[in-house]
Design a protein around this ligand. Structure first.
Ligand SMILES: *Cc1c(COP(=O)(O)O)cnc(C)c1O
Length: 445
């Protein structure tokens, strides 16, 4: 075959497929040479598993072994991996407009996405600001809140957050995250933060009293919270009524409320957003993860007209001078649009109901098991705590993880918590396999 000119491209592809199997075998080894992975102490955990393919609820490794993706790849692939409907839309968009500066220009995918998102967001949300990931969505939310007060000459600079919160890994996001056992080197540079516990039926009155005190002693600018479910705190769940009362009190005191729905957004809690479960609506909301259905990195921070109006001015410096290169990337917007279309479909809504019901049934089966300390569920998120003390990333946790993987189920236990947050389209058979693998893990502890 002619490897010059027009054919050289074809020739390369042929060669690539010939050497593919050899190359794949070496992926784990080649990885070690130059790559530095997130949340990893490489000396303790040097091995990475090469994943070569994903479809629906399944991941495939380089040896052809399949794994059920029990956490939808960090809650992103809500409608399944490599979803044909989404792929087709993005492929079409790719041939039309790939990327353009979003400062001074606009485009149809962003405009359409703003219209579609507004039709499912809480009614008080009126403006959208784009960025790239959950941490930057939070960062933008914090900057909006601080500058909102600054622009009006208010001296409100302290932030309020929940205990056991996680909001991301950039500086502002780290500051408001209390799961900061790994943030030691940076703590001296953090924004000032006051904390309150998450509300329960029992503690809500004392939280409201503590809040009044905090509000008197501090100049609180904003409260940032993960509504109903704190993901990184091992799916810790709290009371919607209590949260509603906290939000209402803060809004009376001109404290902005920032709902970090990076994890809970787009159907996880059984409604479009966790904020739908409360009457008091946030002033600012943060989205990423399932926003783009697991296809492209993108994030959005939305806000009310009141927040936006504090920036709308004849003075240049009152604007929000924040921007990322890939802001509102047309392909990511298209993936998000396709995802929202699916989310609103009867098919996906029925899938969500089906998964919710399956979890409830599993719960009645196992909640009284001697190895189970407690269980909890919010929408399609299900979690159980094992009746043992465990380190967050300790040895027993690693054995549990290995047990799941050996049985073809990808779950990431956090300490003694095992949780499921699978793609909505997970089949009944796959769900049963996840459940039976969890049950068989009880013998390990
Ligand atoms: C994952 C997550 C973030 C951070 O998002 P990244 O895209 O990982 O930066 C922020 N807040 C919550 C609630 C999250 O779950």
């Amino acid at each position: 075959m002619n490897c010059l000119g027009i054919n050289s491209h074809l020739c390369k592809i042929e060669k690539a497929s010939l050497t593919n199997s050899i190359v794949l075998k070496n992926l784990a080894e080649r990885d070690k040479k130059y790559l530095w992975h997130p949340l990893t102490q490489h000396k303790l955990h040097p091995e990475m598993l090469p994943i070569v393919k994903a479809k629906g609820s399944l991941l495939y490794d380089d040896k052809g072994v399949e794994y059920i993706d029990g956490i939808a790849s960090w809650y992103t692939s809500a409608y399944g991996h490599c979803n044909d409907f989404i792929l087709k839309k993005v492929y079409e968009q790719m041939q039309q407009l790939d990327q353009v500066v979003f400062s001074g220009f606009t485009h149809e995918p962003a405009v359409k996405l703003s219209e579609e998102l507004m039709s499912i967001l809480p009614g008080n949300q009126e403006k959208l600001f784009f960025s790239d990931n959950g941490s930057t969505a939070v960062e933008v939310g914090i900057k909006m809140a601080l500058q909102y007060h600054h622009n009006q000459g208010n001296n409100q600079q302290v932030l309020l957050a929940f205990e056991d919160s996680f909001h991301g890994d950039t500086f502002g996001a780290m500051s408001v995250s209390s799961l900061s056992v790994y943030n030691g080197p940076f703590e001296d540079f953090f924004i000032e933060v006051e904390r309150i516990p998450v509300p329960t039926k029992k503690n809500i009155e004392s939280i409201l009293i503590a809040l009044e005190k905090i509000l008197k002693q501090n100049t609180v600018a904003a409260f940032i919270y993960e509504p109903l479910v704190q993901g990184a705190a091992a799916m810790k769940m709290h009371d919607a009524d209590g949260l509603n009362r906290i939000l209402a009190l803060l809004q009376q005191h001109n404290v902005l409320t920032i709902a970090d729905e990076v994890m809970t957004g787009f159907g996880k809690t059984g409604s479009y957003f966790a904020s739908d479960h409360m009457a008091a609506k946030p002033d600012i909301m943060c989205f990423s993860k399932a926003l783009t259905a697991g296809l492209m990195p993108m994030a959005i921070t939305s806000c009310t007209r009141t927040v936006y109006d504090a920036f709308y001015s004849d003075e240049l410096t009152k604007g929000l001078f924040h921007g990322h290169t890939y802001t509102a990337n047309p392909l990511a917007c298209t993936a998000a649009l396709a995802g929202i279309e699916l989310l609103r479909s009867d098919e996906i809504q029925n899938d969500i109901k089906r998964v919710v019901a399956a979890h409830q049934k599993f719960d009645t089966e196992i909640k009284n098991h001697p190895k189970v300390a407690r269980t909890r569920q919010c929408g399609i998120i299900y979690a159980l705590d094992l009746n043992v003390k465990m380190e967050r990333y300790g040895n027993l946790r690693d054995r549990l993880f290995k047990h799941f993987m050996d049985n073809g189920v990808y779950l990431r236990p956090l300490g003694n918590t095992i949780y499921i947050s699978a793609p909505y389209i997970i089949s009944d058979g796959q769900l049963q396999k996840v459940y039976s693998t969890i049950k068989s893990a009880f013998d390990l502890v």
